[in-house]
Design a protein around this ligand. Structure first.
Ligand code: TLP
Length: 362
C-alpha cells in the first residue's frame, strides 16, 4: 500500500466548533497551550527583517545549540524551510533523489521544480526507509547529456510511510556515501523529535551528518506556527536571502517564536505519550474486521492502515467517522492516516476506536 494522495476532511461551518471532536487528521491541528499564549502576549519583539527581534534571535540560537549547528533560521512553514534548503543545495537542471512518498515531492506544490528548477528521482523503499545501496543505484552517470544528481533528501520520520524512523546507521551511511559521491544531503525533519524519541537519541546525534536540516515546531511540538532551517553559518546567511525572496520576512514574528521556544524546550519530553497512543490505536485497529495494519511497525505518532476490507473507500469512511465526531484523513483510495498529538489523550483514542469499529461494521 503506497500512501500518496491526501484527501483531507474539511469541516462544515456548523461542525467547526464541536468541543468533543477527536481530531486525528494531523499533529498540525493542536491549539497553543495557555503557557504559549501567555508567552506570546508578553513577547519582546522587533523587526526581524533587520534581525532585531530578540525572541526570534533567542529561538534561532537555542535551536542551533540543541542541534549542535552553527546557525538556524525561523521560517513560517516546513514547506518554506524545505524550499529554501533545496534552493541553496542545488542548481537548476539537477536531480534530487528522494523516496516516492516524500513530502517534498507530493505535497509541496512542485516547489523543487518550480522554484529550484530540479527534477525528482523517486525511489520506492520498504516502509519508506531508503538505504545507501538503493540511493547509489539512482545517481546519474557523469555523462554530459544526463541531468546530474546533486542532492539526496531524506524524510525522518517518513510521514506517509506511517511515521517510520531511519535507524541512525542507515541515515549515516547514506550521508557518508552521498558526500563521497560529491552529493549533498538534506533532511526533511518535520518530525525529527519524534524520530529521536523513538530511537532514544538526541536530535543532534541523528542529524549531524546532514548538510541542512528542517524541523517543524507546529507539528508534534504543538506550536501554532513555525519551522527552523539549520546548517552552517554560510548556509544560513544564504537562507536569509531566499526566505525574503519567498515572502517569508515576517517582521515582529517574535509573538510566534515565543510559542515556538516553549514548544522546543518543553514538548519533546512528552512525545512518547503520543507514540504509545498511536501504538494503542494501531493494536485496536488491527483487531477490527476489514482493517489491515501491522501494529508492530508503528514507531511514532502516525499510522496508516488499509480499510479496503470494510467495502468502503477512504472518502466515505472518513465522512462516516466525522459524523461521529472522529476525524482522520484518507491518504489513498483505501488508506487512512491517524495521527496522535497532545490534544488527544488515551480516553480519546479509546473512543476513536469504538467509532471506527462501528463505522467499519455499518
Ligand atoms: N505535513 C502535513 C501535510 O502537508 C501532509 C501533515 O498533516 O502531515 N515535511 C513533512 C514530512 C510534513 O509532514 C509536512 C506537513 C511538511 C514538511 C510541511 O510543513 P508545513 O505544513 O508547515 O508547510
Amino acid at each position: 500500500m503506497t500512501a500518496v494522495a491526501i484527501d483531507p476532511v474539511h469541516l462544515r461551518e456548523d461542525e467547526k466548533n464541536r468541543v468533543t471532536t477527536i481530531d486525528l487528521r494531523s499533529d498540525t491541528v493542536t491549539k497553543p497551550t495557555p503557557e504559549m499564549r501567555r508567552a506570546m502576549a508578553d513577547a519582546e519583539v522587533g523587526d526581524d527583517v533587520y534581525g532585531e527581534d530578540p525572541t526570534i534571535n533567542r529561538l534561532e540560537q537555542r535551536a542551533a545549540e540543541i542541534f549542535g549547528r552553527e546557525a538556524s533560521l525561523f521560517v513560517p512553514s516546513g514547506t518554506m524551510g524545505n524550499t529554501i534548503a533545496i534552493k541553496i543545495l542545488t542548481r537548476p537542471g539537477q536531480e534530487i533523489i528522494c523516496e516516492e512518498r516524500a513530502h517534498i515531492y507530493n505535497y509541496e506544490m512542485g516547489m523543487l521544480s518550480r522554484f529550484s528548477g530540479c527534477v525528482p528521482r523517486l525511489v520506492p523503499a520498504p516502509d519508506g526507509i531508503l538505504t545507501w545501496a538503493e540511493v547509489k543505484k539512482r545517481i546519474a552517470p557523469k555523462i554530459y547529456y544526463r541531468a546530474q544528481t546533486s542532492l539526496v533528501s531524506l524524510e525522518n520520520t517518513n510521514n506517509m510511510a506511517g511515521g517510520s524512523v531511519y535507524p541512525q546507521e542507515v541515515s549515516d551511511e547514506i550521508c557518508d556515501g552521498a558526500h563521497e559521491a560529491g552529493l549533498r544531503v538534506h533532511l526533511d525533519g518535520a518530525r525529527i523529535f519524534n524520530a529521536a524519541t523513538a530511537l532514544g537519541k538526541s536530535v543532534a546525534d541523528i542529524t549531524r551528518k546532514f548538510d541542512a536540516v528542517m524541523f517543524c515546531l507546529s507539528k508534534g511540538l504543538g506550536a501554532p506556527v513555525g519551522s527552523l532551517v539549520l546548517g552552517s553559518r554560510a548556509f544560513i546567511d544564504e537562507a536569509w536571502a531566499v526566505r525574503k525572496a519567498l515572502g517569508g520576512g515576517m517582521r515582529q514574528a517574535g509573538i510566534l517564536a515565543a510559542a515556538g521556544l516553549i514548544a522546543l524546550e518543553t514538548m519533546p519530553a512528552r512525545l512518547k505519550e503520543d507514540h504509545a497512543n498511536a501504538r494503542f490505536l494501531a493494536d485496536g485497529l488491527a483487531r477490527i474486521r476489514g482493517i489491515q495494519i501491522d501494529a508492530s511497525k508503528v514507531q511514532t505518532n502516525i499510522l496508516v492502515c488499509d480499510i479496503g476490507g470494510t467495502g468502503l473507500n477512504s472518502v466515505d469512511f472518513s465522512r462516516r467517522l466525522a459524523e461521529h465526531n472522529v476525524l482522520a484523513n484518507g491518504v489513498g483510495p483505501t488508506a487512512m492516516r491517524f495521527v496522535t498529538h497532545m490534544d488527544v489523550d488515551r480516553a480519546g483514542c479509546e473512543r476513536a476506536l469504538q467509532v471506527v469499529e462501528r463505522c467499519a461494521d455499518a
